[in-house]
Design a protein around this ligand. Structure first.
Ligand code: SAM
Length: 368
């Protein structure tokens, strides 16, 4: 009996302390389980990109950019669009769509303000599509072009009550104040805690950390309402509710300026599933769904333009890569990899014309 003791002890030790090889085997098993689950529920594009994000080391950025945005063999495109079928894609997305809006927003934005500073324009920190008119503008110049176009559409005047739905780091609020000299009548909404505290600390605008879909608005109170790159986050069950609220909150003759991208088709492409990796719960509506909701609320569409997002995405990507070391220090490998994949995946979405960036000016009819 005594002779067996050392052997028993050795057995016990083997069970308690997993070897490096066991850990490696476990990780491989988990990785394949994740890939299998992702392929089944979200399709191959989601599974491949999620696997890249989970790599333990920083990705080779230019290789990833070419892999995602480069030419794609027809069979690969067929596979990524064929599975899951529409009914399963809808079912999976429907479950995500009903989660609280703040969850998706905070997962994306409450990473680190310093991290966003590394790749956004240095002047305003706009996190929305810039206007490259000549084509060779710096990000700062292109964002100024965009801000000027929006300024012209909003046409703010001192004393007018103006609210931005989804104000980011207050970029456009600041631009408006520079032109009107009036900060007292400006308001904003965000669901990002980091953005709200940044604005409080640096600029002191009236910003509500609240879901603008659920908020209550005073009747016929605002002269202008605008939203830049936040309308994408509106879900199907919310669009009529918020359109109606904004219509009621505007004075007769008031205007609502929107800048957002949407799907061109009604069917759900694989890119909508891929989007869950970056904005969980966001399922961009189609162009038709948006326009019908504007009209149902009673708005008149007085202007509409479309814009190219691709150059902005490439510039953000280049800025991020140029600040790789600081970015890794601030947010770690997983988040860094997520953005290295996010920019080319978004570029591909616009390059394939799955979505288009629009600006709309809507008018509430004046009392006649
Ligand atoms: C892509 S950023 C754009 C920020 C800014 N407008 C710009 O151009 O830089 C989207 C912003 O919308 C806000 N947002 C999105 N959905 C929201 C909601 N339902 N309620 C409040 N804020 C929301 C986010 O918190 C974020 O500030």
């Amino acid at each position: 009996m005594d002779g067996n003791r050392p052997r028993e002890r050795a057995d016990r030790q083997e069970k308690v302390i997993p070897t490096t090889r066991d850990r490696g085997d476990d990780e491989t098993r988990m990785r394949w389980l994740r890939i299998g689950r992702d392929v089944f529920l979200h399709g191959t594009a989601y599974a491949v990109l999620n696997d890249l994000i989970h790599r333990p080391e920083p990705l080779d950025e230019e290789k990833i950019w070419s892999f995602i945005t480069g030419p794609e063999p027809a069979w690969r495109r067929w596979v990524r669009e064929a599975w899951p079928p529409q009914w399963l894609r809808r079912l999976v997305l429907r479950r995500l769509e009903y989660q609280p809006a703040a969850r998706g927003i905070q997962a994306h934005y409450d990473v680190s303000n310093e991290f966003y500073k590394l790749f956004l324009d240095r002047e305003f920190m706009f996190y929305s599509c810039a206007d490259h008119i000549r084509g060779d503008e710096t990000l700062e110049e292109a964002q100024t072009n965009k801000a000027n176009h929006l300024l012209q559409l909003i046409d703010p005047k001192p004393g007018e009550r103006i609210v931005e739905l989804g104000c980011g780091w207050a970029s456009m609020l600041r631009y408006i104040e520079q032109h009107t000299g009036d900060r007292d009548h400006l308001e904003g909404f965000t669901l990002s805690r980091e953005q709200a505290s940044y604005i409080q600390q640096h600029f002191g605008y009236k910003v509500r950390l609240e879901n603008f879909v659920e908020a209550e608005y005073p009747r016929e109170y605002y002269d202008k309402v605008y939203s830049i790159a936040a309308w994408e986050a509106i879900r199907r069950h919310e669009v009529d509710v918020i359109m109606r609220k904004i219509y009621d909150a505007l004075k007769p003759g008031g205007r609502f300026v929107l800048h957002f991208f949407c799907r061109l088709q009604d069917r759900l492409p694989s890119s909508i599933s891929v989007g869950q990796l970056f904005f969980p719960g966001h399922v961009a509506l189609s162009y038709r769904e948006h326009v019908q909701a504007m009209e149902r609320a009673g708005f008149r569409i007085t202007m509409q333009t479309c814009h190219d997002y691709r150059r902005t995405l490439r510039q953000w990507f280049e800025n991020l890569v140029a600040h790789r070391t600081e970015a890794l220090k601030l947010v770690g490998v997983r988040t860094y990899n997520r953005y290295v994949v996010f920019f080319p995946a978004s570029y591909k979405y616009f390059d394939d014309r799955m979505g288009v960036l629009f600006r709309f000016v809507l008018r509430k009819p004046p009392i006649t």
